[in-house]
Design a binder for this molecule. Structure first.
Ligand SMILES: [Zn+2]
Length: 466
């Protein structure tokens, strides 16, 4: 018998390998954080002190959330029904001014908890480190404690070209390229490790100078690291890019030699045919965030066309104040249903949604050699989903039910690098109730600082009586 650290036996094992093999009564053996065996249970020749006999469950690769902002886990619901430009103006800049390591820590903990309970094992995060540098430290402290895998981008803006208010930047949030990259390097040194990668983000082609985009790209290439951006996110951005550059945001990035496998762009709602081809040819990754795009009426992204063009594409939630949840199951369902509304009911499948959320996300961030499927040699990032739930009846159609019922409720166990971060539907690294209480207290503190305490009540149409 071969030795493993941990052995999961029984249940449906969805490998997401090249043949998309599902073992109907399978096993997964894990040693030193990696998958060392996977196959039909009857062929299992491993033993492990920690051996679990699973019942009616499915074992799947962990989900990759390709785009979120963790610290606004505590500003959920404040800015509903605001157009994106107003949200940035009235929500984002004031929040950035009020953030410190304590508030971002609690916000990130809440959002990370939600991600882990959804079966997310890798999170791609974007956070501002300006004007308060320690805001990044709070987020990275929470990410480190969570013991989950993350790519954490430090977002910067430096453009003063504010003639279009929808693309303006607050002067006190702008920073120099040198300061921004010095901070990225500091954070990489302090928090970078096997699970956490800190990378630069130039927010977008309109809120950053071409020099910032070029310098950040050069930094990412020199350091062999990733870079993220928000690109082609809204009709406003599309129109302003055409006005300023005579071309779309992605063509502009091509002109700046910024596209490539190091780059992951979020949203990408408005790529035209040439731009989709550019994305595919350069190996640039995309995070498609359908629920956030719906909330901000940003349009329906051409997911079908991007897949057809061969773009490396995964799925993301966006932050808790622009989605508003971290529910990747809802994202999967919405991604498919939105394209059905364009192409008819026969478009897509639940299996495609699961592929986009796992292997697709891994490809989009260039980590598919390590994660995204359950294959020998890859990292043991996986989730065990209980199939005996009311919303998953009947058992015979469970892949469909998992996605089209759109609920994270059935996620029972989540492993990152073979280590449980969720057991029996509860977090292992934190006291879940304490995370919630800490989040609510930090939200009160933030709202006092920003003057947004009554933000919800002020727009409510109900009569609130004490
Ligand atoms: Zn975003």
């Amino acid at each position: 018998m071969r030795q493993a650290d941990r052995l999961l036996r029984g249940g449906f094992v969805v490998t997401m390998d090249a043949e998309r093999t599902v073992y109907e009564d399978g096993y997964v053996a894990i040693r030193d954080g990696r998958v060392v065996g996977v196959g039909p249970d009857r062929e299992c020749d491993f033993e492990a002190a920690d051996t679990r006999r699973l019942g009616e469950v499915a074992v799947l690769p962990g989900i990759v959330n390709g785009h979120t902002h963790l610290s606004n886990g505590i500003s959920r619901g404040l800015f509903d029904e605001l157009p994106l430009a107003d949200w940035v103006d009235r929500g984002m800049w004031p929040t950035l001014r009020a953030n410190d390591a304590e508030t971002t820590y609690h916000g990130a903990r809440v959002a990370l908890a939600e991600n882990l309970l959804n079966g997310v094992t890798t999170t791609v995060v974007g956070e501002f480190g300006s004007p308060n540098h320690d805001a990044m430290d709070g987020v990275l402290r929470a990410v480190t404690e969570s013991r989950s895998r993350a790519v954490v981008a430090r977002i910067s803006v430096d453009s003063a070209d504010d003639h279009d208010p929808s693309q303006a930047t607050a002067p006190d949030v702008r920073e120099s390229i040198e300061d921004a990259l010095a901070e990225v390097s500091r954070l990489r040194g302090e928090y970078g490790g096997p699970l956490v990668e800190v990378v630069p983000e130039a927010l977008g082609v309109l809120r950053c100078t071409p020099e910032m985009v070029r310098e950040f790209t050069a930094y990412a290439r020199a350091e062999g690291t990733r870079m993220t951006m928000h690109v082609a996110s809204s009709p406003d951005e599309r129109d302003e890019a055409l006005h300023r550059f005579g071309k779309g945001s992605i063509e502009r990035l091509a002109e700046l030699d910024a596209l490539g496998p190091h780059l992951l762009i979020a949203h990408c709602v408005w790529p035209d045919e040439t731009e989709r081809r550019l994305l595919a040819e350069t190996g640039t990754g995309v995070s498609h965030n359908p629920v956030a795009n719906l909330m901000y009426a940003s349009g329906v992204a051409p997911l079908a066309e991007m897949i057809e063009a061969g773009v490396r594409i995964g799925l993301g939630t966006d932050g808790a104040s622009t989605n508003n949840g971290q529910n990747m199951w809802e994202v999967m369902k919405s991604a498919i249903f939105l394209q059905k509304s364009r192409f008819g009911a026969s478009w897509g499948s639940a299996e495609l949604a699961l592929e986009l959320a796992t292997l697709g996300g891994a490809r989009a961030i260039g980590m598919d050699a390590e994660i995204g499927s359950l294959e020998v040699g890859k990292r043991a990032d996986l989730m065990v989903v209980d199939l005996l739930r009311p919303h998953l009846v009947p058992l015979g159609t469970w892949p469909s039910n998992l996605v089209y019922s759109g609920s994270p409720d059935a996620v029972r166990t989540v492993l990152v690098d073979g280590v449980p971060v969720v057991e029996d539907g509860r977090l292992t690294m934190w006291d879940q109730d304490e995370v919630v209480r800490g989040g609510n207290s930090a939200a009160d503190l933030m709202n006092t600082r920003t003057g947004l305490t009554d933000m919800y009540r002020r727009r409510s149409s109900w009569t609130w009586q004490r």
